[in-house]
Design a protein around this ligand. Structure first.
Ligand SMILES: [Zn+2]
Length: 249
């Protein structure tokens, strides 16, 4: 298959949206920022050039002035709270979790409170008060407590359930393969997933589609997917890339 053939299903679906006078809302979340790196620089340049708003989930325990200084000049970037230290507290037979039920609730909430204070100080203009739990997992008992900390939204992975105690702004298409050989997933597979998310929203677009990336572990396949995704969507009249702030307002 040629590159054009691989991307054709997305063009067809977006053209269908355009013919119906509909506009699909997309947003981009990238996780695990803590310091400026060449990979972060590449992501910032790619999104800036494509004019795609970016929400970086930053790890407060390890973020500092270098990251703040680097991001301050990037008007298209917002920062969200990525747990506390991205430390796994789950047992070896469980999926990884920092915000699970393994420790007293006050301990976990105290870390989130401290983390939010750090990010507010580092990113006073760019912080969006949204929690991105490490590994996209959080104990259900913590969720009703988040607004008391000053958090206004939660972002995990998968279709959001409406009616919870805090607004959800989720991601739905994860470009990385976390099993087996780590790297970007095949483009055709990602396009099929994105088209599936679009089809599910054709009649009821209640939830924007979140694309999830992890700049520190991108290989050539992952970087290439992002570049091509932007090329195919940013100039399409049926697509609007939105910032988390706009989507939550
Ligand atoms: Zn993470």
């Amino acid at each position: 298959m040629t590159v054009d053939e691989i991307w054709a299903p997305l063009r067809v679906e977006l053209d269908r949206w355009h013919d119906a006078g509909r506009i699909a809302r997309l947003w981009l979340r990238d996780d695990d920022a803590a310091e400026p790196t060449p990979a972060l620089g590449r992501l910032l340049e790619l999104t800036r050039t494509a004019r795609v708003p970016l929400t970086l989930a930053a790890i407060p325990a390890t973020s500092g002035e270098p990251l703040a200084n680097r991001l301050r000049v990037e008007a298209h970037v917002l920062v969200a709270l990525h747990g506390w230290a991205h430390t796994n507290h789950a047992g070896t037979d469980e999926k990884k979790q920092e915000l699970g039920a393994h420790r007293p609730m006050d301990t976990v909430l105290g870390e989130l409170r401290d983390g939010l204070a750090i990010l507010l100080r580092l990113f006073p203009q760019q912080l969006v008060p949204m929690l991105v739990p490490p590994w996209n997992r959080i104990s259900k008992v913590l969720i009703p407590e988040l607004s008391g900390l000053g958090l206004e939204a939660l972002s995990t992975y998968g279709r959001a359930q409406a009616g919870g105690p805090i607004p959800l702004l989720n991601t739905h298409v994860d470009i990385m393969n976390w099993h087996g050989v780590r790297g970007g997933r095949p483009h055709a597979e990602l396009i099929a997933e994105l088209v599936g998310e679009l089809r599910a929203r054709f009649h009821d677009d209640a939830e924007p589609i979140g694309i999830l990336t992890h700049h520190l572990v991108h290989d050539a396949t992952a970087w290439d997917f992002l570049a091509r995704l932007f090329a195919h969507t940013t100039d399409h009249p049926a697509v609007a890339w939105k910032s988390a702030r706009v989507l939550l307002s």
